[in-house]
Ligand binder design. Structure first.
Ligand SMILES: [Zn+2]
Length: 117
């Protein structure tokens, strides 16, 4: 795992690349130049945050079994589904594990609060 210093250095390098590619900030995109710069930075930060959530969800390890929220019996892993969530930084499509309960004969998603008792 990278240290905070290493991550900060990568963020600085990535930011330099973005600034070079984006070019001049259009001051009309805010109340003043600084406001326009911040608006662009917030938009990019939101996009990065959304991508981080998506990537972390993709890489999460899944268990072969999970307890069914209805009967508490083990359900077997069936694969993943994609679902769009509204996160704090906007919509994000994540993948989450799907399980099947042979007792209840239905699929469930342990991460989905709608499936919890
Ligand atoms: Zn069940």
């Amino acid at each position: 795992m990278a240290s905070r210093q290493e991550i900060q250095e990568r963020i600085e390098a990535f930011s330099c690349e973005l600034v070079a590619e984006l070019g001049e900030v259009d001051a009309s995109m805010g109340d003043c130049w600084l406001d326009a710069v911040e608006n662009q930075a917030v938009e990019l930060g939101d996009a990065i945050s959304t991508e981080l959530v998506r990537q972390i969800a993709l890489r999460r390890e899944v268990e072969a079994e999970a307890a069914c929220p209805q009967c508490d019996q083990p359900g077997r892993y069936e694969g993943v589904r994609k679902r769009e969530l509204i996160g704090r930084r906007g919509p994000v499509e994540i993948t989450e594990p799907e399980y099947y309960c042979p007792c209840c004969r239905k699929a469930f998603f342990p991460e989905d609060p709608r499936d919890r008792r």
